[in-house]
Design a protein around this ligand. Structure first.
Ligand code: ADP
Length: 512
């Protein structure tokens, strides 16, 4: 039974494969949660869509499910002070502002259908100036390319644009709009962490930038862009129009990787987190001034609390935990991902094997799209255990490469890496990570850091926490710290072997 004064925060975690609603206590514990998977739509190779209506409905059902469990524990919904949202970034939804109806399925961040369009944009005058303005280079990821593809290929979208009723949104905007009741209330907003993934927002002013919009040849009067408000805001995100939490305010919003940094309490410059999910995303807090990377990283907004903007450098690894899943699904070496450590521990080391898991090229900081997965150093001695170790090491080495780039860009040295995501469950992987980067790796017991980050954004807006100082004791219990067990020289030797393997992968596709 909760005490009358206890305060709780709800958190919507709208991810790529599932939606969830979690209810956190003010000490950062998960009191109740509900999760629902939804349909992944793959119309063609390289295409990836979600049904926008299904996204909203799954979130609503999760809210009802989690609240039922919350109440069954004797808590009162009145003790829920606010709701935060965290969401898959870049995924793009378009709808008709007059009807509130979506005009196409959501195009998911992983979708690469706009490759040819992006190639064309890269040749356009001014393409090289974009990163300095918005923090991102042109690629298939940012939302803009997904919107442009729909304008070129979906007549309904082009018609709405011509009539001046086209609404564009990332998933946060779409959710907030619908959870508020759609056309009835017309709450049409986003936060800077999400807006910084569109390529429309100036990374310094946090406003839409004319030069960017002009570059993409969009007419501002024909496409509505959501108003950018603070990540933590007591009123701007409106309130729920339905579900058992009808009338409860949405008070915080962060894109998923920014939310994980906040959930790890990476509030000050020099702190970094790595999320080892399907892919792997490393965010490094660089403080109040954006740094444009010259070493293959992205610049993004980490959070904007009370108008105080904090930036991060971001490095992404395309294949992270999915390399482990690859050994399960494609090689059948193990039955489930959690068995990887035991298989790797059947041998003492990698036996000279290096596995560059470049299944779809390599992302940061290498950006090699002409490489494919390659193993080096196979001999008759090579066992499955060696492959397992080399697989875990591949993600750890790429993390090291990103950290090196981050230190070069920021001029600061990282002292500790906070970790979360499925693959961090492997003790061996995290020990290996610490060995390779020669600094401690810090893993929380409560790994719902992305959802916690959104709860923190929401809680700061309504005074559940007054500031960062008060969050000191949130999610501190039961952390595991992995410290380096090999000398730096040995770590450097192993890393140079990896770098050699990466260089040898280069050009494999030879332009084909
Ligand atoms: P996402 O949010 O991207 O779906 P998760 O954070 O749930 O990802 O992580 C899932 C990934 O983590 C899978 O690719 C899986 O192979 C990997 N994984 C899960 N458990 C383990 C484990 N014990 N050891 C190593 N990898 C794991």
């Amino acid at each position: 039974m909760g005490s009358a004064s206890e305060e709780f925060i709800g958190s919507i975690d709208q991810g790529t494969t599932s939606s969830r609603f979690l209810i956190f206590s003010s000490t950062g514990d998960v009191v109740a949660s509900h999760q629902l998977e939804f349909r992944q739509i793959y119309p063609h190779p390289g295409w990836h869509e979600h049904d926008p209506v299904e996204i909203v409905e799954s979130v609503q059902k999760c809210i009802d499910g989690a609240v039922a469990s919350f109440e069954s524990q004797g808590h009162s919904i009145k003790s829920i002070k606010g709701i935060g949202i965290t969401n898959q970034r870049e995924t793009t939804v378009v709808w008709d502002r007059e009807t509130g109806q979506p005009l196409h399925n959501a195009i998911v961040w992983t979708d690469t259908r706009n490759q040819a369009l992006v190639r064309k944009l890269k040749r356009r005058l001014g393409a090289n100036d974009l990163q300095a303005l918005c923090g991102l280079p042109l690629s298939t990821y940012p939302s803009v390319g997904k919107l442009l593809w729909m304008l070129e290929n979906v007549p309904k979208v082009k018609e709405a644009y011509d009539r001046g009723v086209l609404a564009f949104g990332t998933v946060d905007t779409w959710l907030v709009y619908n959870l508020n009741g759609g056309t009835r209330t017309n709450v049409y907003v986003t936060d800077p962490t999400n807006a910084s993934r569109t390529m429309f927002m100036n990374i310094k002013t946090l406003q839409y930038d004319e030069q960017l919009i002009e570059f993409f040849r969009l007419e501002p009067s024909k496409v509505f862009l959501p108003k950018i408000i603070h990540s933590s805001d007591p009123e701007g995100y409106g309130s729920l129009a339905s579900t058992v939490l009808k009338g409860f305010p949405i008070t915080g919003c962060l894109g998923d990787q920014s939310a994980a940094l906040v959930g790890q309490k990476g509030f000050t410059p020099g702190l970094a987190k790595n999320t080892y999910g399907t892919g792997c995303f490393l965010l490094y807090n660089i403080g109040e001034t954006p740094v444009i990377s010259t070493h293959g990283l992205l610049t993004t907004v980490a959070f904007d609390f009370n108008g105080k903007v904090t930036y991060a450098l971001e490095g992404s690894i395309a294949v992270g935990g999915s390399s482990v899943k690859f050994l399960v699904d494609n090689f059948g070496f193990i039955n489930k991902s959690s068995e990887i450590s035991a298989l790797a521990e059947t041998v003492e080391d990698n036996g000279g094997l290096v596995f560059v898991t470049a299944f779809s090229g390599l992302f940061a900081p290498y950006w090699m799209d002409d490489a494919r997965g390659t193993m080096f150093g196979i001999t008759t001695y090579t066992q499955r255990g060696h492959v397992a170790r080399a697989t875990l090491e591949a993600t750890c080495f790429q993390t090291k490469a990103i950290l090196d780039a981050m230190e070069k860009d920021s001029g600061k040295k990282l002292t500790e890496l906070a970790v979360d995501g499925g693959m961090c469950n492997s003790e061996l992987a995290m020990q290996t990570q610490s060995d390779i980067i020669s600094i401690p790796v810090n893993r929380p017991a409560m790994r719902e850091t992305t959802a916690l980050g959104a709860a923190i954004a929401a809680g700061l807006a309504v005074g559940v926490w007054q500031g960062f100082e008060e969050l000191k004791n949130v999610n501190t219990e039961g952390r595991t710290v992995f410290t380096p067990t090999i000398p730096k020289e040995e770590a450097a030797k192993r890393f140079s072997r990896w770098e050699k393997a990466v260089q040898m992968c280069r050009g494999w596709l030879d332009g084909n």
